[in-house]
Design a protein around this ligand. Structure first.
Ligand code: FES
Length: 78
């Protein structure tokens, strides 16, 4: 879905930028080598940025739990 018609920025561009560390709308535009022009998209970019960050952080938290989870003892049978 195109979010910014001036720059042909899509929601996938936003998700990819967040995965690469973007935290502000400015970072999203910079990742595509552009910047906001008319400004009509900024509200939508902010909303999608928040959603993408939330999703990204939740995924990272789940992965961190899996990595740091204590190993379970293995029952030995004789
Ligand atoms: S629609 Fe994004 S700058 Fe115009």
């Amino acid at each position: 879905m195109v979010v910014c018609s001036c720059n042909r920025l899509t929601h996938t561009d936003i998700e990819n930028a967040v995965a690469d560390g973007a935290t502000r709308p400015k970072d999203i535009y910079a990742k595509r080598g552009c910047k906001a022009q008319c400004g009509n998209c900024v509200q939508g970019v902010v909303c999608l940025l928040r959603e993408a960050r939330k999703k990204h952080l939740q995924t990272a938290g789940i992965l961190a739990q899996q990595v740091t989870a204590a190993p379970q003892p293995v029952a030995l049978t004789a």
